[in-house]
Ligand binder design. Sequence first.
Ligand SMILES: Nc1ncnc2c1ncn2[C@@H]1O[C@H](COP(=O)(O)OP(=O)(O)OP(=O)(O)O)[C@@H](O)[C@H]1O
Ligand SMILES: [Mg+2]
Length: 230
Amino acid sequence: MLRAEGLNQYYGQSHILRDVSLNVPKGRCVCLMGRNGVGKTTFLGCVMGLLPQRKGKIIFNGQDVSRLKPEKRATLGFGYVPQGRQIFPILTVEENLKLALPYRLGGGKELPSLIFELFPVLKDMAKRRGGDLSGGQQQQLAMARALVLNPSLLILDEPTEGVQPNVVSEIIKVVRRLVDEGLTVLEVEQKVPVAQKVGDFYAIMERGQIVAEGVMADLTEDKARSLLSV
Ligand SMILES: Nc1ncnc2c1ncn2[C@@H]1O[C@H](COP(=O)(O)OP(=O)(O)OP(=O)(O)O)[C@@H](O)[C@H]1O
Ligand SMILES: [Mg+2]
């Protein structure tokens, strides 16, 4: 479904991504793991087209999308939830969600009931301002807003970062349900236990390179610790 081939990315003189290739099969969840600052968010920026990549390709459903703008990729089915949420704090939950509605693939005038089924808390909080929600609730709102777009590929950047444990479990359940229903997910995830619950495949990044990858069932605690430690 999604394939990155030989991506290279630079900030000024520093070479951040070095020949990164990654495959995300349809209807599966791939967790991209790695310590702080190794280039995970930069990689997602290239996948979404928010950053120019100097070398390499992004292939989506057989189409080379490397030169397409982020908006164009969104119309092809890319949904993106950036790190740190980025919801509109002074708008209500409902307004935050409705902003995405005109861009929904396949159209629709009403918010899809699925998002309230997945995140019941958003129904209870519909009239509250986004900024008044807890960190975990804001993350759920950001995910719900991406789902309003009806994407076929959902890209999540550390959705459980700074989120309380009960909400982490809810987020895991939602992602797993969506994947089991056919959505394709690329999730950046630093927490090994979360990745083990949510992912079908893992890839570990170290200083801008993928240094290990495979099926999640093969990622033992020991292996993860040795690959993710300093
Ligand atoms: N706009 C920028 N200009 C210059 N350097 C940057 C910029 N954004 C990120 N970097 C650097 O690029 C490297 C990779 O950053 P990136 O945000 O991709 O890492 P990350 O793996 O997502 O980290 P984290 O786990 O902390 O989110 C880091 O060394 C970072 O300091
Ligand atoms: Mg990051």
